[in-house]
Structures are given as C-alpha cells and as structure tokens.
Design a protein around this ligand. Structure first.
Ligand code: NAP
Length: 294
C-alpha cells in the first residue's frame, strides 16, 4: 500500500512552508500543522494523526538562544521527537526527520561523511543529535537528513537578511572562514516528495541517516557577494574571521557534507547552490518589484 496521506509538522517554518508551496505538484493529500494546530510536545495530539507518513519540520532552531534555554531545546528537539517516533511505531507508519551539519563539528579538510564521529558543540547541536538517536533507537521505518544552511523564500534566513540589510548599508562585515553549502528548502522538500512518489518503502529497506545539501560550497561572505552581485546591490562585503563575530554557540568551520551516500542510495540529482540561490531570488522577486535580477 503506497503513501497517500502525508502529515507535515512544523508547517509554518521555512521548510514546512516549502512543502505547502509544492503541495499541488504532487499526488498526495498533505495535512499541514503549525504549532498552534499541533504542538509536537503534546503526545496526545500526535496520537490523533491519521496519516500514512509523518514529515517532521518542527524544531527548536534558535541556535544561540538555546544556550540560555537548554530545557526548551531538548524538550522539542529530543523529547518531542521521541514522542513522534513512538507514535509512528505504534501506528506502523514511517517518519522523515531533519537534523543538522552541526552534529559533526569536525574540522577535517574534506566533506563530512555520515560515518564520521559526531562532536556537537552547544545545546542546539547536542539536542539535534539526541533527537536523531531517539529515532534510530525507536523507529523501524525512518529517514533522517542532516542538512546545512537552509534558506528559501519563506521565513527568516541569511539571503533575506542580506537583502534587507542592503537597503540601509553600503558595507557589511561577514564571516569567511566557515565553509558549507547553502540548501534551498524547496529543493529539499521536492527531493523528499519525489522519494515518496518514486521510492515508496525506502524508509524501511534504506532506513538511516543521510547528508543532504545543494552541491558545491562557499563561505557566508562569498554567498553574500553572490546575492548582492546577482541583485545589483552596491554593497561592499568585508570578509572577516569568525573570531571577529562572536556568537553564544560555536559554529563549525567545516559544514561541507559528503553526498555520495545519498546519491548512491537514491540516485536523485542535486542542483548546485548557485542555481538554487537564483531560483530562490526569482521567487523573492515575484513578491518584490524593487528587487532586480541580472
Ligand atoms: N535553518 C537552518 O539553517 C537549518 C540548518 C540545518 C538543519 N536545520 C533543521 O531543518 C529543519 C527545518 O528547519 P527550518 O529552518 O525550517 O526551521 P524554522 O524555520 O525555525 O521552523 C521550525 C518550525 O518548528 C515549529 N515548532 C517549534 N516548536 C514546535 C512545537 N513544539 N510544536 C510544533 N511546531 C513547533 C516552529 O513554530 P513557530 O513558528 O511557532 O516557532 C517553526 O515553524 C529543523 O529540523 C532544523 O533543525 C535547519
């Protein structure tokens, strides 16, 4: 029996909204729940779900604030994820969940592989790893995607912040020693829905943890330069080292993710980050006449 009904949890976040955006292009009945409709910390409300598959986009994502609110971060990223996993097992349905490149925090000079050791630093990263571990321990049908540097047309993210700052700044100092791949949430959501159409059952015989991001890599400073050059903004980017931009939670220098396990297992092509960034800028432009694209 194939998947017909999909429940999207955390539907008002960047990724959750991207699933909603794609809903009409795929042959599923998507039921989307934001926090007010379904709080994932409330196990009872999860038990009422009637669905063939759960896609969990809900998470505590305030990386720096998590240092001051560890209980809240663990409640959502670990304990509520365990609730979802238990409900899925009880109902005999698969779970698709998202984790983060931050779980690695490994500054080797190559892309990180799923088999590399995890050394998360900071509450957010540790709580995300704890959530992964709950799913692996509880579920028999699951896919966990470790993703990096999410952005898209919806919610708050780096490209949208850059476009906003460009309205008031001629000059911006941006970190250039953290390297990774920006990942367009629409590509990510599309990939997941394609899996559901083309590779039904994959969460059982290929269950596990997979990296996913757009291909290529860049730094935050280089990404900002790319965005400004493609949108005709006259902003000078001054590249700075991370030590000049201290944050409460430490960010990894190396966020590059190896994609060979994903590619060998699923055989789905992944767009490069520049192409995907242009796709996002085009969508943003449709909502903002003032935004120019070359
Ligand atoms: N953003 C990134 O750069 C990044 C990088 C790596 C991995 N990830 C992972 O990718 C996934 C999607 O991230 P995102 O960027 O789409 O996050 P996001 O925009 O912050 O969205 C998270 C959503 O979760 C909801 N939520 C929080 N607590 C909840 C609860 N108790 N019950 C129900 N919903 C709840 C939030 O609701 P409210 O709007 O009401 O707060 C929000 O809509 C997450 O697992 C995240 O950890 C993100």
């Amino acid at each position: 029996m194939g998947v017909k009904k999909i429940a999207i949890l955390g539907a008002s976040g960047q990724l959750g909204q991207s699933f909603q955006y794609l809903a009409d292009a795929f042959p599923f009945e998507l039921s989307c729940y934001d926090r007010s409709q379904l709080d994932i910390t409330n196990k009872r409300s999860l038990e009422h779900l009637e669905t063939d598959l759960v896609i969990n986009c809900a998470a505590y994502t305030a990386v720096d604030l998590a240092e001051e609110e560890p209980r809240e971060a663990y409640k959502i990223n670990r304990d509520a994820v365990a609730n979802i996993a238990n409900v899925c097992v009880h109902k005999g349905i698969p779970l698709i969940h998202f984790s983060s490149d931050y779980v690695y925090h490994n500054n080797v000079r190559r892309p990180l592989r799923e088999s590399d050791p995890t050394r998360p630093k900071g509450v957010y990263a540790r709580s995300k790893l704890a959530g992964e571990r709950k799913i692996v321990a509880i579920c028999d049908q699951y896919l966990i995607f470790r993703v990096s540097w999410l952005y898209g047309p919806f919610g708050k993210n780096f490209p949208k912040t850059m476009l906003r700052l460009a309205e008031t700044h001629d000059n911006l100092r941006i970190v250039n020693d953290q390297i990774g791949a920006p990942t367009n949430t629409i590509d990510l959501a599309k990939m997941i829905l394609r899996l559901c159409v083309e590779q039904d059952g994959v969460w059982k015989h290929r269950r596990g943890i997979y990296n996913y991001c757009n291909t290529g890599h860049t730094s935050w400073a280089e990404m900002a330069q790319f965005i400004f050059s493609k949108t005709g903004q006259d902003v000078i980017v001054e590249p700075i080292p991370s030590v000049q931009y201290p944050t409460k939670a430490k960010r990894p220098r190396n966020s590059r993710l190896a994609l060979s396990k994903f590619s060998k297992t699923f055989g789905i092509a992944i767009p490069d980050w520049q192409t995907s960034m242009m796709d996002c800028l085009r969508i943003l432009k449709t909502n903002d006449d003032a935004l120019a694209l070359d």
